[in-house]
Design a protein around this ligand. Structure first.
Ligand code: AGP
Length: 612
């Protein structure tokens, strides 16, 4: 999820772009860049300086030629290729005549790159994006028309994109298009603008036009024309901007946590994008020797907090699909015990930030012992990814809220992809079974869309139970990690006592605490454990607890057992935890809201824990 902006006309193109990029940093900030055009010249600058990237870019732009009237700018959140200057946008064609910025993921970039290389194009970056600028270079050879060339390029692309293109040979013009990723445009007087979202255009226009998929926009000073792939003119209705900048940065949501909950379908779709090639599971960044993966005899997953919970779900998938003994450990415990692992152990460090000190030190320890190490991280180039032998990136986009939401779901998906790759290499699952499991994962974004839009259920339940002080989250099997995650969310943002327990342990102690006033949240996933969960629910009900169930749509038994039911769509057993975590995020959020707490910045917590 990157930020893009473009300007055509006027005499403030560079200033407008740099101001816009500063406002788009919430979409990502690991590098930034700008390309400007005037006459027959193209000038570009890029910077990669972590959270200071836009500032560093501003410094570089002090050398920009004056009076450039056309420009495009980009702030990046890396998905393909490290956050380095060479991978920063804009990308240029072989002759440095075309500049291109992109938000999204090009799924077929590997095959396009191979094809373009065979035509003699030289690539400078490791990004998926760069294929587009070379495709444009090819297409422009046909008739030199920027709009036509864009129209011919789009059908060659698979994936998600909002793309903007300028060319030294096309003065006073920016061409843009989109599929999946958002793109808005607007104009005032003799200037036209484009952006990934409203903050890019705020203060410049009062109305914006949202571009539809596979439409091409031709921006000229003060005029905008939109056409479809056949060249037919398309009419777009304007939308008036009523948001202030703070609301706009949160995409119109009240806070980042709500925004990030709503981004979950997109985060999972991005994490799954481009993960099969020629019928095989493709984990490009993993970069580990296939023989090493084939010969491992044990997996150890390490993480903290929510990342540890994602690891617990991953264990089920690796055991079920890859048939490998799998341990999951809390990083701060693993670091200091005499864990048994060697060169035939695969150690997987799971961390949204890729910087958590305990997980980082744990994987260093594993590496020293000769184990193969994989990092699962949301931040390209983070310390853990540099330390590990290979990485699987969750492509959830920047997560601002301290309580993890979209990144945890994406971690589960990444670990399940790893499980499928191991199953494939070790021959523990047939190609058909792997394809079926892949299809189960691919069903998640649509199911998540259904869920994230339905927050009324959790809100009503929050009103009813918000005054309770004690919450138990119970689950079995795949429901247990979900219970732990639900309890953690509630603790973090609502400051309530919430314990996650394997429901089978109830009788071994915790049931002594069950009495009227206690709330039990029971995770009932379909499968062999559902009946056992029904019994556990009956036991706590009999002792006066208020029971909230998370259950699949087809489970009608819970209706007669629980006081409240939070529904999730029916999906395959191993992917169900991804969905079941969502109503628990919404419940924790609704309770915190009702208590008036700041959900994005809960007390005593930091987003990244780099000290022990
Ligand atoms: C999750 O809501 C928490 N903020 C926290 O438990 C987090 O998952 C943990 O600190 C691990 O962080 P990491 O994924 O960046 O390593």
């Amino acid at each position: 999820m990157c930020g893009i902006i473009g300007v055509v006309g006027g005499d403030r193109a560079l200033a407008t772009i740099l101001e816009g990029l500063a406002r788009l940093e919430y979409r990502g900030y690991d590098s930034a860049g700008v390309a400007l055009q005037s006459g027959n010249e193209l000038w570009s600058a890029r910077a990669a300086d972590g959270t200071r990237s836009v500032e560093a870019l501003v410094e570089r732009c002090t050398n920009a030629p004056a009076n450039m009237t056309v420009g495009i700018g980009h702030t990046r959140w890396a998905t393909h290729g490290n956050p380095t200057e060479v991978n920063a946008h804009p990308h240029l064609d072989c002759g440095n005549r075309i500049g291109l910025i992109h938000n999204g993921i090009i799924e077929n970039h590997s095959e396009l790159r191979e094809h373009l290389q065979s035509l003699g194009h030289g690539f400078r970056s490791a990004t998926d994006t760069e294929v587009m600028v070379h495709l444009m270079e090819e297409e422009l050879k046909i008739d030199g028309d920027l709009v036509q060339a864009t129209r011919r390029m789009l059908p060659q692309l698979r994936g998600a994109f909002a793309v903007a293109i300028i060319s030294a040979d096309h003065p006073n013009q920016v061409v843009a298009a989109r599929r999946v990723s958002p793109l808005i445009v607007g104009s005032r007087d003799d200037v036209s603008f484009l952006g990934s979202d409203i903050p890019a255009l705020m203060g410049h226009v009062d109305e914006v036009y949202a571009i539809e998929e596979d439409h091409v926009v031709d921006l000229r000073p003060g005029t905008i024309s939109v056409t479809d792939l056949e060249g037919n003119t398309v009419h777009v209705e304007p939308v008036t901007i009523t948001w202030d900048i703070e609301v706009a940065e949160k995409g119109g949501f009240k806070d980042f946590m709500t925004k990030e909950i709503h981004e979950q379908p997109e985060a999972i779709a991005a994490t799954l994008a481009d993960r099969t090639r020629d019928g095989f599971v493709a984990l490009d960044e993993l970069d580990l020797d296939e023989e090493d993966l084939r010969t491992i005899d044990k997996v150890v997953i390490i993480g903290c907090g929510s990342s540890y919970h994602a690891g617990l779900v991953g264990k089920f998938a690796i055991e079920a699909w890859g048939k490998l003994p799998t341990e999951v450990d809390i990083a701060s415990e693993f670091r200091y015990r005499d864990a048994i692992f060697d060169a035939s152990t695969l150690v997987v460090g799971v961390s949204q930030s890729g910087e958590t000190i305990d997980t980082l030190e744990a994987i260093k320890k594993a590496k020293k012992s000769g184990s193969k190490v994989i990092a699962v991280s949301n931040i390209v180039g983070a310390s853990m990814t540099r330390e590990a032998d290979g990485t699987i990136y969750t492509r959830a986009g920047l997560e601002v809220s301290v309580a993890s939401t979209k990144t945890v779901l994406a971690q589960v998906v990444a670990l399940e992809l790893l499980a499928l790759r191991l199953a494939e290499l070790r021959g523990t699952r047939s190609a058909e079974e792997i394809a079926e499991a892949m299809a189960d994962l691919q069903a998640l974004p649509a199911a998540l869309t259904q869920l994230v839009d339905a927050s009324e259920g959790p809100e009503a339940i929050a009103d009813a139970v918000g005054d309770a002080q004690d919450f138990f989250f119970l689950g079995r099997h795949l429901g247990f990690p979900v219970a732990l995650e639900g309890a953690l969310k509630l603790k973090e943002i609502s400051y309530l006592r919430a314990e996650g327990y394997p429901a089978g342990e109830l009788k071994h102690g915790p049931i002594a605490l069950i009495e009227p006033g206690v709330v039990v949240v029971a995770i009932v996933l379909s499968g062999p454990m559902a009946e056992k969960m029904y019994s556990n629910i009956a036991e706590v009900k009999a002792r006066g607890a208020t029971v909230i169930c998370v259950a699949e749509d087809s489970d009608h038994i819970v209706d007669s057992l629980a006081d409240y039911v939070l529904r999730i769509p029916d999906v395959a057993e191993l992917v169900a935890p991804v969905l079941a975590m969502v109503p628990l995020q919404q419940l924790a959020y609704a309770i915190a809201q009702a208590k008036g707490f700041d959900v994005d910045r809960p007390r005593n917590l930091a987003k990244t824990v780099t000290v022990e």
